[in-house]
Write a protein that binds this ligand. Structure first.
Ligand code: DAH
Length: 344
């Protein structure tokens, strides 16, 4: 029996040493130490031994089992360490590899121009106001002195949703909305950039959706000269310190008097070139003194308060500033176009 135990131990140790994987090792453990293994088998046969030999054999069997267990555990640790080392070395990161550059985007040219214009007016004490793009007929037209059936409504072909709701055709409704909130008390000094919609066929100079920036200043004693001073400063900051502006009589239902505002050509300095169509002047916006009806409808006393208003198209300003010849470029989202307007 003693011999049998020693042979088993020898066999097991040899196999354990040869084991190349944790799975193999596990199988050996079960084979020798399991309930159906040979050592258990030997222990079962102990009953047949004479009584005085039993403790000695029992001791020996236990020693053999402990020796095999010990061997398995040592080997298991070794295999586990090797597996970990292999994993670590296969997963090392080469920190000297060059990185992949992250492509940086840039603001859309219209966003850039709108933000530049906002900053100019904020510097002159205006704040930025916004209004809804889905607007009521009242704010888009009536509150701006354009009653139903007024012929000037034809100037702005509209997308109506219901009889009373439409996509705003201009940012001017924000004037009426903001004045109402002030409940008859000035000053009101805002600019309002945003999208507007018109039933136009898209071409190089028309887009069914485009942007406007509205301006409004209502207070006691606001005069036409304030309008001219404000817009002169604006034109000079945007197009160069030598610029002048010129006001030409015009018509808008919500202003009286109304004007078109031209800036002296920044390309030829007023001498005449293709950009200013040989006139020396470029039209940049519409403006005027807020019509008394508009003030009254929004709750302002037109004997006490006066104001000026203006409206401009950032697309047109951006096209002039950057020499862009087709408004559709702004909305085609071609990166080759957009990438040219990276800000420093
Ligand atoms: N809303 C006008 C348009 O779409 C632009 C405009 C002109 C706005 C004169 C004004 C203004 O506030 O005073 O044509």
């Amino acid at each position: 029996m003693q011999e049998r135990l020693m042979t088993l131990q020898g066999e097991a140790v040899e196999k354990i040493e040869k084991a190349g994987s944790l799975k193999e090792l596990q199988d050996i453990r079960v084979e020798y130490l399991g309930k159906k293994g040979p050592i258990t088998e030997v222990l079962k046969g102990m009953g047949k031994l004479p009584a005085e030999e039993r403790p000695k054999m029992g001791q020996l069997a236990n020693d053999v089992r402990d020796a095999i267990t010990q061997k398995v555990e040592t080997k298991q640790e070794k295999l586990e360490r090797e597996a970990l080392d292999a994993k670590l070395s296969s997963e090392t990161i080469d920190v000297t590899l060059p990185g992949r550059p992250v492509r940086k985007g840039n603001a859309h040219p219209l966003t850039a121009v709108v933000e530049e214009i906002e900053d100019l007016f904020i510097g002159m004490g205006f704040s930025v106001a916004e209004g809804p793009e889905v607007e009521t007929d009242y704010y888009n037209f009536e509150a701006l002195n354009l009653p139903k059936n007024h012929p000037a409504r034809d100037m702005q072909d509209s997308f109506f949703i219901t009889e009373d709701i439409l996509l705003r055709t201009q940012t001017s409704p924000v004037q009426a909305r903001t004045m109402e909130k002030h409940e008859g008390r000035g000053p009101v000094k805002i600019i309002s950039p945003g999208k507007v919609y018109r039933r136009d066929t898209d071409d190089a100079t028309h887009s069914h959706q485009f942007m406007q920036i509205e301006g409004l200043y209502v207070d006691k004693n606001v005069r036409m000269s304030d309008l001219k001073g404000t817009l002169t400063l604006f034109a000079q900051k945007l197009f160069g310190a030598e610029r002048e502006i010129r006001l030409r009589p015009s018509f808008f239902p919500f202003t009286e008097p109304s004007v078109e505002v031209d800036v002296s050509c920044f390309k030829c300095n007023g001498k005449g070139c293709s950009i200013c169509k040989r006139t020396g002047w470029i039209e940049i916006l519409g403006a005027g003194m807020v019509h008394p009806n508009v003030l009254e409808m929004a709750g302002f006393d037109s004997k006490e308060y006066t104001g000026f208003a203006f409206g401009m198209g950032p697309e047109r300003i951006a096209m002039l500033k950057y020499g862009i010849d087709d408004i559709r470029h702004f909305y085609a989202n071609d990166v080759r176009f957009l990438e040219q307007f990276k800000r420093a």
